[in-house]
Design a binder for this molecule. Structure first.
Ligand SMILES: Nc1ncnc2c1ncn2[C@@H]1O[C@H](COP(=O)(O)OP(=O)(O)OP(=O)(O)O)[C@@H](O)[C@H]1O
Ligand SMILES: [Mg+2]
Length: 148
């Protein structure tokens, strides 16, 4: 909902929702929502900066249960993609390729921390320039006794 006006602003972005039945997850919902927002906002940015004449701009969201302990949320865009030369910097604090005043470069660094440290999960991505990017969140259904 919060991103709705950005999805409809100047370019039409189609959001494909592929949700499977997930169990209730023990989590910090506010922080997880922040992660979803960060990834979706990046996807929209990537779609805005990509020129594709005949393909619709798309964000695809998949949710699935991996096994009895893990769920997976994958968010893919068919935007500009991330060059291999900077892929190892995406989760670094203050790393941004966006114009001054637009990005702070903290979105993915914070998201990584929220998923790995706060939830004992995994945050990964794969990306191809000109094709798009997919971020994958995996989180345990129940939190173990983490120190934080
Ligand atoms: N879906 C994506 N497609 C292409 N590049 C991406 C995508 N997601 C992240 N990136 C790259 O990773 C960088 C870091 O992302 P991050 O969200 O941390 O910072 P940001 O979007 O630049 O700024 P902000 O802190 O405001 O989110 C981006 O500047 C961009 O280069
Ligand atoms: Mg961002």
């Amino acid at each position: 909902m919060i991103l709705q006006n950005r999805l409809q602003q100047n370019l039409a972005i189609q959001v494909v929702k592929n949700y499977s039945d997930l169990p209730l997850i023990e989590c910090y919902p506010g922080q997880l929502n922040q992660v979803f927002m960060n990834i979706l906002a990046n996807a929209i940015d990537a779609l805005e900066s990509s020129k594709r004449e005949n393909q619709p701009r798309q964000i695809t969201i998949h949710t699935s249960r991996v096994d009895d302990q893990w769920v997976k949320i994958a968010i893919a865009d068919n935007g500009c993609g991330i060059s291999p030369s900077i892929q190892n910097q995406v989760f670094n604090p203050f790393f941004t390729t966006k114009p001054v005043g637009k990005g702070t470069g903290m979105g993915m660094a914070i998201s990584y921390q929220v998923i790995t440290e706060k939830h004992g999960g995994k945050l990964t991505f794969s990306s191809t320039v000109g094709t798009g990017t997919e971020f994958t969140i995996q989180i345990p259904i129940q939190q173990q006794a983490f120190s934080n």
